[in-house]
Design a protein around this ligand. Structure first.
Ligand code: FEO
Length: 382
């Protein structure tokens, strides 16, 4: 940060589940920024659990000045829940946001600030003095009202949820790990919209990306943009095999582990996930990260085991595509798991199914061991 730009966000180490579903063992950052010029602008507020702490940060950073603008780029409550308190504390401030965001603001907080607002849309400009802000519409990255703000003098991109990550750290070390889980969990369905945003940003020189979560990015920005391009185009980031399984009595698990062992021996990268016990979002992340996927589950109530259904739904609703998929099925009678799993991908684009699959009847047999070896062999050639 410098004399004119200050980070005034907060760290959340309390939440059990971010957005009601994602474990965040390393906590969460809700970033907020202050840009000081002839006019002074605050970019986004923070989660309602931290309103007072954040207002204290704002006051300290303002150092006696009065804020002119509150720029609201994203209205999801992790960023907007302190708007009311801010507007009460600073009655001369004007809210700058999109039309859709103002409508949401009224629904969430009972006020859309008709007499204290500037409505912006794609290409709108806001001058703070030597700093000129241009707004870039980013619908569905991650909600429909989202705008990004590009500051042309210092070449700063206020990127809303884009380029954010789970974790409270301000370090960029191992950024991709939790940024990828965050991306595929939260924005993964909207690859087309992210691609469209990246095209709009392509001709803008950027010195720093300032997201609403995670560290500010100032170096090697091509690395982050390239990852976002791959993720949003549904291209595999790395070669490797994700094996996701459920197992009631351990037999399907045994087959999944045997396959993992054989693939590892062949030099393949393998990510093995027990869908009932592990973090589902981590398994989803790996399914998108690697180019091949094996699904192993039991036939259950004429369908498949519930955790596997949830997992496949999580993939297909995020437009899972461009991958090779193999199956391990188990059934003590009337086995239907492989057929059900395959059917769940019928609308998915560019999926290749392996021909060598594994069909277990209750426990892993000698024949199954051969099938596992054949599946490992075929996966290696894909
Ligand atoms: Fe960080 Fe979509 O809210």
């Amino acid at each position: 940060m410098n004399e004119t730009l200050k980070l005034i966000g907060v760290t959340d180490t309390q939440t059990d589940l971010f957005e009601g579903q994602y474990v965040v063992p390393e906590g969460m950052r809700y970033n907020s920024y202050l840009l000081i010029d002839k006019k002074t602008a605050v970019f986004d507020t923070v989660d309602g659990s931290f309103t007072n702490e954040w207002l204290g940060n704002v006051e300290k950073a303002l150092d006696g000045k009065t804020p002119d603008y509150l720029v609201v780029l994203h209205l999801e409550p992790d960023h907007s829940a302190s708007i009311t308190a801010f507007m009460q504390k600073y009655p001369s401030a004007t809210v700058v946001s999109s039309q859709k965001a103002f409508a949401m603001m009224k629904n969430y907080y009972g006020d859309e600030y008709e007499n204290r607002r500037i409505v912006v849309s794609e290409g709108s400009a806001l001058s703070l003095g030597s700093h000129e802000i241009t707004f870039v519409a980013a619908p569905m990255v991650h909600w429909p009202e989202v705008m990004l703000a590009y500051e042309t003098t210092e070449k700063l991109l206020f990127s809303a949820d884009a380029f954010g990550k789970f974790g409270a750290t301000c370090s960029v070390d191992d950024w991709a790990c939790e940024a990828r889980r965050y991306y595929f969990g939260i924005v993964g369905k909207y690859g087309a919209q992210v691609q469209s945003l990246l095209k709009k940003l392509a001709d803008k020189p950027i010195n720093a990306i300032l997201p609403l979560h995670g560290p500010i990015l100032t170096e090697n920005l091509g690395y982050y943009v390239d990852l976002y391009d791959k993720w949003s185009a549904y291209k595999a980031e790395n070669e490797g095999v994700t094996i996701a399984y459920t197992s009631v009595y351990g037999h399907t698990k045994q087959a999944a582990e045997k396959l993992a062992e054989e693939l590892t021996a062949k030099g393949e990268t393998v990510a093995l996930h027990d869908l009932a016990r592990g973090d589902m979002a981590e398994a989803v992340e790996d399914a998108f990260r690697y180019d091949r996927l094996v699904l192993a589950t039991t036939t259950y109530n004429g369908d498949i085991f519930p955790f596997m259904r949830t997992f496949i739904d999580a993939l297909t609703e995020r437009n899972y595509q461009n991958r090779t998929i193999g199956f391990i099925e188990n059934g003590s009678w009337a086995s239907t798991a492989a057929k059900v799993m395959k059917g769940m991908f019928e609308k998915s684009k560019n999926i290749t199914f392996t021909t060598a699959n594994v069909k277990i009847t209750s426990a892993v047999s000698q024949e199954n061991l051969k099938e596992i070896s054949a599946l490992a062999e075929e996966l290696q050639t894909r």
